[in-house]
Design a protein around this ligand. Structure first.
Ligand SMILES: Nc1ncnc2c1ncn2[C@@H]1O[C@H](COP(=O)(O)OP(=O)(O)OP(=O)(O)O)[C@@H](O)[C@H]1O
Ligand SMILES: [Mg+2]
Length: 265
């Protein structure tokens, strides 16, 4: 079945100066722990994630990828520096406003799917909208369901689906409310390579056909090659950016800073 997401869906309208960026962090520092156990997970990272693009965050284990994503998406707070969603400085928001912003403007896909087992596929997909008290756009949802290929599974529970199917539900859920940006942390980490490829195509296709924005954390060069651009982290720092990546080029670049067994304190 070749169904596509509608191209007529309005793109979130940029409002002012930083409009071209769906998300960005400026001088981001994140320290965990204190004293001898202190870890500098982010060591002064400034990076922007352009609207309408698929960006991969790549780097060795422990380089700060998840920390960067969590802080950029308002799931965690920076020790210093700022994080923006569009023009909104989320470091300045109180918890209530941050929760609302996450619900209304950000979609999430995690390695472990994070679906609610007691809800049907359809209910899982619309959950963020229901929580935000927003009405779904029926045409957009309908197209999404076809895009992720789950039309005949809408009334099943997650436990009745394969891992790949569950992750496709999570992708539909992430895009359901037309968020400004979808953050995905190792979305293919629990999948076999074929299911993983399907999820990556799905993310790429949704960005390109419906002008969505995706930021994906991965340590897999093949996954990163699905993105429009790759940003490389090593030891909590931004060390490179690469446009139109291929798996080979990403792997070559990655090798040059991958072996970092120790963490700075
Ligand atoms: N809650 C925490 N408490 C203490 N240290 C943490 C915490 N979360 C992360 N760290 C440390 O911060 C550093 C960056 O971790 P992060 O999870 O961002 O790395 P990553 O690049 O996502 O790695 P991986 O590829 O293994 O998922 C690591 O040294 C990690 O041990
Ligand atoms: Mg991680």
């Amino acid at each position: 079945m070749t169904t596509t997401v509608p191209t007529s869906e309005p793109t979130p309208t940029p409002t002012s100066t930083s409009a071209a960026f769906a998300a960005r962090v400026v001088d981001a520092v994140k320290l965990y722990g204190t004293g001898d156990t202190r870890v500098r997970a982010l060591d002064g990272v400034s990076v922007d994630f352009p609207a309408g693009r698929f960006t991969a965050i790549m780097g060795p284990s422990g380089s700060g990828k998840s920390t960067l994503m969590h802080c950029a998406a308002g799931l965690d707070t920076l020790t210093s520096g700022s994080a923006f969603i569009g023009d909104t400085d989320i470091s300045a928001l109180d918890d209530r406003r941050l929760t609302l912003l996450r619900r209304r403007r950000i979609g999430f896909v995690f390695q472990s799917f994070n679906l609610l087992p007691t809800l049907t596929v359809a209910e899982n997909i619309t959950l963020p909208l229901d929580l935000a008290g927003e009405r779904p756009d029926p045409e957009w949802l309908d197209a999404l369901v076809d895009t992720v290929g789950l039309r005949d599974r809408l009334h099943h529970r997650p436990g009745e689906l394969s891992g790949g199917q569950q992750q496709r539900v999570a992708v539909a859920r992430a895009f359901a409310g037309s968020p400004d940006v979808v953050f995905a942390d190792e979305p293919t980490g629990n999948l076999d390579s074929r299911s993983g490829q399907e999820v990556l195509w799905l993310l790429g296709r949704t960005v390109r056909q419906a002008a969505r924005t995706v930021v994906m954390v991965t340590h897999d060069p093949v996954a990163a090659a699905h993105a429009d651009e790759v940003v490389f982290l090593a030891d909590g720092r931004l060390v490179d950016r690469m446009s139109e990546p291929t798996a080979e080029r990403v792997l070559d670049r990655f090798k040059s800073f991958a072996p970092h067994p120790s963490r700075r304190r």
